[in-house]
Design a protein around this ligand. Sequence first.
Ligand SMILES: [Zn+2]
Length: 303
Amino acid sequence: VVADGPALARVSVSRATEQRVVPEALAAMWADRRTRVLRIDEGRAPVSRRTGRIALAAPGATGRLSPSGEGCYFLGIDERNMPFFAVDAPFEAGPTERVVTLRAVGSQLCAQDCGLFAHASALSAWHARTRFCSSCGAATSAGSGGHVRTCSGCPAQHFPRTDPAVIALVKDRRGRVLLARNAAWPQSRYSTVAGFVEPGESPEAAVAREVFEETDLMVDQIRYQGSQPWPFPSSVMLAFEARVVDTALHLDANELGEARWFSRRQLVAAVDTGAVRLPSAASVARWQVERWLGAALESNQDW
Ligand SMILES: [Zn+2]
């Protein structure tokens, strides 16, 4: 069965953004005995070996007395007003827990766990890179439940940023799909063509530019398919499909080791033999390929 949308796009708890900015509200939620905390350290969180769910902790088990200050993020509330936070610090996983990354397990998590983990991963990576003000260079400090950093030297406030990236499933007139292999990747890794949107550029123009730069192919009929967060560290992946204008395939040796057209039958056979390894089930590329194929592929890889 092919998923309706990319794995990491699934909706989670309400972010309750109006509550972030009220320190008393955050403190009251921290004191609520139903509150649960996602522990995260360098993009890794503990998952229960028994249930496969994220192993959430009570606030008191995190060693923090309050949610204010560095390293604590308000993630939102569920439909029963149960609050969720993340604590960003080294933690000790319990004997029944294993420590995982979102990239590795995102497609296997339930929607709520996936959303909490994506939110916490993105904030954690952003705080780690925003210690100092990009305007004046002074130190910044966290506020609003981890959703702003305020400069100590000037009036600047810095908000978490998300960098748009495009990823394109390119088809030819025969319905085949173009998969590319980056020169830096191992032999059998293939994916759809991806790249960042540049300043002053639309996502559609970025699709056309990236495909041309990587394969010398011109595309048209560029259509939006869907999106998902990709917080490694700060992207949102915008998925498009496009149709190739001409059929000659010239490769820029610096960009791509190999790009190849695949029919559905050719791709299934190549995945079966291991000649082609596709990105992990958490990726947009995998969703695009399975959507085109009309079937889920065996998960014989996770990269
Ligand atoms: Zn400043």
